[in-house]
Design a protein around this ligand. Structure first.
Ligand code: CDP
Length: 810
């Protein structure tokens, strides 16, 4: 029947029923906030078990030292102390080292030497958190200092100190040959010969070292765990701040030898993850061992300094970037060499076959015919990690690399940075687009997005204002520089297709179980784990639209490995691209069965019924229908003969490809050259994440991601002094912006659905960080370009900008 024939009353009826569902596209308020705003969340530290003990670490004062002796006697004498574990205690269990997600190994407790400041040396277990902390102070560690290696550019020198004695003589690692004792891997991709030729023939080239400094995800809730081993049943229950609970269960089974079905991993409410809570930390292992040894539950909760200085850092990529181009601004080649500082152990949380994550998205939004990229990973005396801090596996580094390079090229060509980008965009008709470094971009309409963004921000007017300000600066009438930062990024999210993505050999699918109850409400269980992204709200919206049950009648449960189907967890904006698709496919299985039941109830053939928002109706007879509520009841009480009762489905979804969200960001900044203070006057962010499930949550995700981008670009840093003392390990030194510093965000969108995703959705959570950092940095550099500067390294805090102005003779 043609919809045009609908009467106004019928249209109103349809709208009313659609509104009631609160399905996809609805600005549904976050259901989880009801408990969070009333202090009713249940976090790991809320766990209180009878007889529970508390663990605390003794940590290294030095970045690189041999451990001569550890004397635990004074600590053990403290009343309330139950045990002090060292590597010697863990060694017989083979738990003094553990595998990392990147194919390396990492010390759980210092084994013979320490390799970074604050490294875990001993684990003190006591009946009180403060007794454990006091006793940890009494553990006496004698060190023999070794020369520290802090500068990654010195790591491969012939005379660089040997850090990893355990790797002596190993000429290859998890990712191929190692050519030096501090070399982790070399990863090369692209066509070297063709790229070299493009550079040889280029009319214009640029070359710049673009460093993306070391930062930390710094979630408000630090990493923590509670382990409870039941000796009688031989079962371990582990509560923890886990972004990937099933992966933790599998790792715990491999490490401990406890059969996987006897390990129960529970991730309760989590207060932010941003990649920090993907990997396995010594604290988890020590709490498990301590529980097995003492027979009591053991809680480990790290403090802020421990979180910032020892758990996974992010970035630390030093990218020597070259572009080849024609004089009129056509980019003809890209060459990048990355020096990647991995710290003491390679504990990157990337899919196994991707030692540099998806850095090969570095060709960005541009149709660059040829590219070649080499990444060298090195060990230094710093904390391990390399996690995807609000980013899909090194994608933010790649976006910063290409987006800064495009600005440097525009400056050399004397071209407007927006015009240079438009000149090189992949065109709509080129999708699906094969990039020079191996990706197939699914969909995009970059020209439309850029045009919309430039109009909304009033780009031409801003450039005119900038020219007038520069003239006034020259005349000495102002001491302020105006910068306009342009960033047009393409993300790659949704790891990932089993053909190229796995963790520890497990393909990176996602799963969903939906059970419709007889009265028409439902529960869905997922292998992902929200850390604040609002999954309970948005997942229910997908089901509501797919099968016509109101979102308020659908409970979403995550984080319990006993009840949820196996999933690979939440990071890198993979929830909607992978789990969102698993939800849609599970819902469609239910819908197919519901159609059979509806047809049986209405005594027609199932081809003669059609879905209509919240019901199945007979084609051509809209007044003859069965609602999903009626169908659910019938599924349990009167299923068609031959069809088993019940209405539930499980779906495992292996995505055929990644999704490629994109966006156009503009930042307008005023910088006082006498103080170095930069004020963000405007920040406009246009995002395209395909089908939008919940616009309200998307805006929240963009606000949060932009705030983190602002922090990273403008001040956040984990720095080290020359002997390896970590600076920036507390919120006195590490910039975490509050509402006072945070700029006001203007958000906008276009919608280009993903052609291979069941609901056309792409991820969004990481986009604002990926696109935001280059927009800020380009604004700063655009302002300083007027003084003849080409590139100022991040972070752009007032001291560094003031110093830069001084160096430029201001
Ligand atoms: O994996 P993670 O949850 O961090 O990232 P995501 O898949 O980008 O989703 C973040 C939040 O935004 C979730 O609550 C999604 O449901 C929501 N979202 C949306 O409403 N529409 C999209 N197209 C993408 C994400």
């Amino acid at each position: 029947m043609n919809e045009i024939t609908l009467t106004p009353a019928e249209i109103e009826d349809k709208q009313g029923r659609t509104d009631k569902l609160q399905g996809m596209g609805c600005r549904r308020k976050r259901v989880e906030d009801v408990r969070f705003t009333q202090g009713r969340g249940a976090f790991v530290d809320d766990m209180k078990l009878p007889g529970m003990l508390y663990g605390d670490f003794v940590r290294s004062s030095y970045a690189h030292a041999r451990i001569v002796s550890i004397d635990t006697s004074k600590a053990l004498a403290v009343p309330g102390v139950v045990a002090v574990l060292t590597a010697a205690d863990l060694a017989p269990l083979k738990l003094h080292w553990m595998p990392t997600l990147a194919g390396d190994v990492q010390m759980v407790l210092a084994d013979g030497k320490v390799l970074f400041q604050n490294q875990e040396i001993a684990f003190v277990v006591a009946n009180d958190r403060y007794v454990a902390a006091d006793a940890a102070e009494l553990v006496e560690v004698e060190y023999a200092e070794l020369p520290p290696l802090i500068d990654p550019f010195r790591a491969l020198d012939a005379d660089a100190p040997v850090l990893r004695e355990d790797l002596a003589g190993k000429t290859s690692g998890a990712h191929g040959p190692r050519r030096h004792h501090n070399h982790v891997f070399e990863w090369a991709i692209g066509d070297k010969e063709a790229t070299d030729l493009a550079f040889a023939n280029a009319e214009v080239t640029i070359k710049e070292l673009l460093s993306y400094h070391r930062v930390h995800p710094s979630p408000l809730e630090t990493c923590q765990s509670v382990a409870s081993f039941d000796k009688i049943k031989g079962e371990l229950t582990l509560w923890g701040t886990f972004q990937a609970p099933h992966v933790v269960r599998t790792v715990a089974a491999i490490l401990s030898g406890i059969p996987e079905h006897k390990i129960h991993v529970i991730a309760p409410d989590i207060g932010g993850g941003f990649g920090n809570k993907v990997g396995v930390y010594p604290g988890y292992v020590c709490s498990i061992v301590a529980s097995i040894v003492t027979g009591k539950p053991v809680k480990w909760v790290e403090d802020r300094i421990e979180n910032l200085s020892t758990t996974s850092f992010a970035r630390d990529y030093h990218m020597t970037t070259e572009l080849a181009a024609t004089r009129d601004g056509r980019v003809t080649g890209l060459r990048v060499h990355v020096l990647a500082d991995h710290g003491a152990f390679d504990a990157c949380a990337d899919p196994s076959k991707w030692p540099a994550g998806f850095f090969n998205i570095v060709t960005g939004s541009y149709d660059i015919p040829t590219a070649h990229c080499v990444v060298d990973g090195v060990y230094t005396n710093k904390a391990p990690g390399g996690v995807a801090y609000r980013c899909s596996f090194r994608v933010t580094e790649a976006a910063y690399c290409i987006e800064r390079a495009m600005d440097v090229l525009a400056q050399k060509l004397g071209m407007d940075p927006a015009a240079l980008r438009i000149r090189n965009f992949i065109r709509r008709e080129q999708f699906p687009y094969q990039s020079a470094l191996g990706w197939e971009y699914d969909s995009g309409d970059y020209h439309v997005a850029m045009q919309q963004a430039m109009e909304k921000i009033g780009y031409a007017g801003l450039r005119a204002e900038q020219r007038a300000k520069q003239a006034a600066f020259r005349r000495g009438e102002t001491r302020e520089l105006m910068g306009i930062g342009v960033s047009f990024f393409t993300e790659i999210v949704g790891a990932g297709p089993s053909k190229n993505c796995d963790i520890l050999g497990i393909a990176m699918f996602e799963s969903c179980e939906i059970r419709i109850h007889p009265t028409g409400s439902a529960i869905t269980r997922m292998g992902t784990k929200s850390q604040g992204q609002g999954h309970e709200t948005t997942y229910a919206q997908i089901i509501a639209t797919e099968i016509g049950i109101p979102a308020d009648m659908i409970m979403v449960e995550e984080g319990n490995t006993d009840t949820a189907p196996y999933g690979l967890g939440t990071y890198g904006s993979r929830s909607v691209p992978v789990a969102g698709a698993a939800i849609a496919t599970a819902a469609r299985k239910i819908k197919a069965k519901a159609q059979m039941i509806a047809a049986y109830l209405m005594e027609v053939h199932h081809d003669d019924v059609e879905f209509d928002i919240d019901r199945f109706r007979v084609k051509g007879l809209p007044e003859k229908f069965k609602t999903m509520k009626e169908i659910a009841w019938a599924a349990y009480n009167a299923p068609p003969p031959g069809l088993e009762p019940g209405l539930e489905a499980v779906s495992y979804y292996d995505p055929p490809n990644m999704t490629f969200p994109f966006g156009a960001y503009f930042c307008v900044m005023d910088i006082d050259v006498d103080t170095g203070v930069a004020k963000t006057r405007r920040f406009y962010a246009l995002d395209d994440c395909g089908t939008r499930i919940n616009p309200l949550i998307i805006e929240g995700q963009v606000h949060g991601g932009l705030t983190e981008a602002f922090a990273i670009a403008m001040g956040q840093e984990i720095a080290y002094d020359e002997i390896g003392n970590v600076k920036g390990a507390s919120f006195m030194d590490f910039f975490l912006p509050t509402a006072v510093e945070t700029p006001r965000w203007e958000t906008d969108f276009t919608v280009t659905p993903s052609p291979h995703h069941p609901i056309g959705a792409k991820g969004v959570g990481e986009s604002p960080n990926v696109g935001g950092v280059p927009a800020f940095s380009n604004a700063v550099n655009d302002a300083f370009a007027f003084l003849g500067s080409t590139h100022i390294q991040m972070p752009h805090d007032a001291w560094r900008l003031w110093t830069a102005a001084r160096k430029l003779g201001i």
